[in-house]
Design a protein around this ligand. Structure first.
Ligand code: NDP
Length: 395
């Protein structure tokens, strides 16, 4: 029998909800590229329920305990005395969400002698040292596509919020003001602007599609070029490298995974090559942007705004300068954890576990690392190496 260690974010401060604003969520047939939605044999939850917090348990308890397995759920994940570190020693499976990542560093993987499978309930497995996972024969899987559209919607929201100066305007209302000039002195139309995405995979392409009706000029860079049909349909211009993209864009959105190629990519030098007064939206991973370079660029006016929902580490310390820098639209890491997304990635997590216990192969598109190498989706989008470093020197 297996021990499953599941790290989830804490419940709401006012307790686990007993009611929700909506009675149900739409039922989707397939993902936009035709990929099947998760296909677990069964689920015990009502779609639309809060599943990603500790009491939600990703709806795994009944399923696992009915088969004799042990489920440990905790939000206490950081430091040597954490429940996560203690329970990891004899765990067979670790499950965590990128929003509240259980960092599986090489040291932790070395201590976890029974560990066979690390599941990301969501997308983005950079919180696992993938190099160490390969060396230890650990399988890493994620629920590909489960929240890609959730993030794409957030990106569009963040772009509009920055360009239209929505957040300060909202704050004037809450403060009791009617300060139109204060609000509009930084407010523009998106129409006619040049918008580019770094990465045109599931999220990046969905962002391009959603922005098309805004009558903007669309650009992208990616390791692999989109089909000619898609380029023509969206009238989107391809750039062979990020610098060439940045030179022409008023708005840049980052939709590439964090891996050795992208870690620290947006530093002083690269941000300095952007158009002055450009907006940068990063919902991919915090470490793709240099923390202090972003702050300085906002202070100097090189960037007119920065938004996104990804930080390093997570949760971000109280003192993280992105909380207080000017002209930002930051949220905690929420874009991929809407109630709609949770229903999909909880079902996908169960599908992966059902396969693991039955000894059947995990869907190719869910795999990041398998049998000692990058596999499936991981082989397409990641490069070998480790992107978890730096936890020890966070201030
Ligand atoms: P995909 O794998 O579908 O797309 C990522 C794209 O980025 C791929 O087309 C990939 O290229 C491209 N890419 C990789 N490296 C580079 C690079 N160096 N330069 C330019 N492009 C590059 O993933 P998704 O779109 O589903 O997700 C993207 C990322 O978004 C995830 O890895 C995750 O980090 C983040 N994410 C954030 C969430 C949130 O809640 N904020 C939720 C979900 C994901 P190719 O495959 O062509 O080689």
């Amino acid at each position: 029998m297996a021990k499953i260690l599941c790290v989830l974010y804490p419940d709401p401060v006012e307790g686990y909800p007993s009611t929700y604003p909506r009675a149900d969520i739409p039922i989707l047939e397939r993902y936009p590229n035709g990929q099947m939605l998760p296909t677990p044999k069964d689920i015990d939850f009502t779609p639309g329920q809060l599943l990603g917090s500790v009491s939600g348990e990703l709806d795994l308890r009944k399923f696992l305990e009915s088969q004799g397995h042990t489920l440990v759920v905790t939000s206490d994940k950081d430091g040597p005395d954490s429940v996560f570190e203690r329970e990891l020693v004899d765990a067979d499976v670790v499950i965590s969400q990128p929003f509240w990542p259980a960092y599986l560093t090489a040291e932790r993987i070395a201590k976890a002698k029974n560990l066979k499978l690390a599941i990301t309930a969501g997308i983005g497995s950079d919180h696992v040292d993938l190099q160490a996972a390969m060396e230890h024969g650990l399988t890493v899987a994620e629920v590909t596509f489960s929240n890609s559209i959730s993030v794409a919607e957030h990106v569009v929201m963040a772009i509009l919020a920055l360009v239209r100066n929505y957040i300060p305007s909202y704050e004037w209302v809450v403060k009791g003001g009617w300060n139109i000039a204060d609000c509009v002195q930084r407010s523009y139309d998106l129409e006619g602007m040049t918008v580019g995405t770094v990465g045109a995979g599931r999220i990046g392409l969905a962002v391009l599609r959603r922005l098309k009706p805004f009558d903007v000029k669309l650009h992208y860079t990616d390791k692999h070029r989109l089909d000619g049909d898609i380029e023509r349909e969206l009238d989107v211009t391809y750039h062979p490298d990020v610098e060439s993209l940045l030179r022409v864009c008023d708005v840049v959105t980052i939709n590439a995974p964090l891996h050795p190629e992208t870690e620290g990519l947006f530093d002083d030098e690269l941000i300095g090559k952007m158009k002055r007064g450009a907006y940068l939206v990063n919902t991919a991973r915090g470490k793709i942007c240099d923390r202090d370079a972003v702050v300085q660029a906002l202070e100097s006016g090189q960037l007119a705004g920065y938004a996104g929902d990804v930080w390093f580490p997570q949760p971000a310390p109280q003192s993280h300068p992105w909380r207080t820098m000017p002209h930002h639209g930051m949220t905690p890491h929420i874009s991929g954890s809407s109630l709609s997304a949770q229903a999909r990635y909880a079902a996908g997590t169960r599908e992966i576990l059902e396969g693991f216990f039955a000894g059947t192969p995990i869907r190719e598109e869910y795999l990041i690392v398998d049998k000692g190498e990058l596999a499936g989706a991981g082989a397409h989008s990641y490069t070998a190496g480790n992107a978890t470093s730096g936890l020890e020197k966070v201030d």
